[in-house]
Design a protein around this ligand. Structure first.
Ligand SMILES: NC(=O)c1ccc[n+]([C@@H]2O[C@H](COP(=O)([O-])OP(=O)(O)OC[C@H]3O[C@@H](n4cnc5c(N)ncnc54)[C@H](OP(=O)(O)O)[C@@H]3O)[C@@H](O)[C@H]2O)c1
Length: 294
């Protein structure tokens, strides 16, 4: 496995593709806007005119795209991956999508003689830059083993979770923990602010004990600084929560925490924060509590 294609060079995709280049993979890349392709080209990747062109020159094609609509367009649309897919080529979708969608894409790729893995990630842009992502993979175990060196160039914790769609299912579980944790951090800061405590010190103290978390120690200080630059965009969390609600409702689950945080994130997006980082959720809580922190 030497020739790897990468489609979707955004906040996550660009650093992931750079790590593959660093590990010596020969790369073909495509993105909707040109600037990130040019940056990758200056590091040795081959920029392509379409997703089809990427597939034609790759043994493995990775997609890291915003949502299901974009993945469907890139895989099945005109000039898409399936038009250029060589037999045996492995498509690896690392975007966050629903498990049902992952299974349907795997069926369409296999129909064309290719193989597919769903391999969403956790760990933010910092982990993407450091090649330290957590990667959760669904698909055939022998295809997972074949692609393992590609995953190892981008991630530190790589897990095989079961058949097609099970990587995406694991990612949905992750998003339950992430979103409720995020809300917990916002509410913690509301109480601390009202009590007149030093917010940075509160974050430091809680981080050393049982209430500590990545969301608290990484996003808490950004909330206090009102630094809403995106690592993980609000619009993507809204999309993940929509998928989560649809999927869990179809399973007959009742998840009140997910329902609550979905409404708050929807409000945040509609307040104009879609392109900001998820730490901006603190602004919704500030409105509800009539406090301004930081
Ligand atoms: N950011 C995180 O911390 C994080 C963590 C885990 C998982 N995720 C998930 O990973 C995925 C990507 O996230 P991200 O933060 O990297 O998103 P992003 O910054 O919005 O990047 C998406 C990239 O896809 C490109 N794109 C969109 N439609 C395309 C198309 N039809 N053809 C080719 N390229 C297209 C965009 O191009 P343009 O340059 O033209 O916009 C952009 O470069 C999402 O599913 C997200 O939920 C994100």
């Amino acid at each position: 496995m030497e020739r790897v294609g990468f489609i979707g060079l955004g906040l996550m995709g660009k650093p992931m593709a750079k790590n593959l280049l660093r590990h010596g993979f020969k790369m073909a890349v495509f993105n909707r806007s040109k600037a990130p392709m040019e940056e990758l080209a200056s590091l040795g990747a081959t920029p392509c005119g379409s997703s089809k062109e990427v597939a034609e020159s790759s043994e493995c094609v990775i997609t890291m795209l915003p949502d299901e609509k974009a993945v469907e367009q890139v895989l099945l649309g005109r000039g898409g991956v399936l038009e250029g897919l060589a037999p045996g080529c492995v498509v690896v979708d690392m975007s966050t999508v629903s498990p049902g969608f992952s299974r349907e894409m795997a069926r369409r790729v296999e129909e064309k003689g290719g193989e597919m893995l769903d391999a969403p990630v956790s760990g933010s842009t910092m982990a993407a830059e450091q090649g330290a992502l957590t990667i959760m993979v669904g698909g055939k175990p022998e295809i997972f083993e074949k692609i393992r060196p590609v995953f190892e160039a981008m991630g530190k914790n790589i897990y095989y979770m079961g058949g097609a769609g099970m990587g995406s299912f694991t990612k949905l579980c992750n998003q339950v923990a992430v979103s409720l944790n995020l809300l917990g951090v916002c509410e913690t800061l509301m109480v601390a602010a009202k009590a007149g405590l030093d917010l940075r010190k509160v974050i430091e103290v809680i981080s050393t004990g049982a209430g500590g978390s990545w969301q608290l120690s990484t996003l808490g200080p950004r909330m206090v600084m009102r630094d809403f630059r995106p690592g993980f965009k609000v619009k993507h969390l809204r999309k993940d929560l929509r998928i989560l609600r649809e999927t869990t409702e179809s399973l007959g689950l009742c998840l009140p925490g997910v329902a609550l945080v979905s409404e708050l994130v929807k409000t945040l997006d509609e307040m104009g924060h879609g392109e900001n980082g998820t730490q901006a959720l603190v602004e919704v809580l500030e409105k509800l509590c009539n406090i301004r922190i930081g």
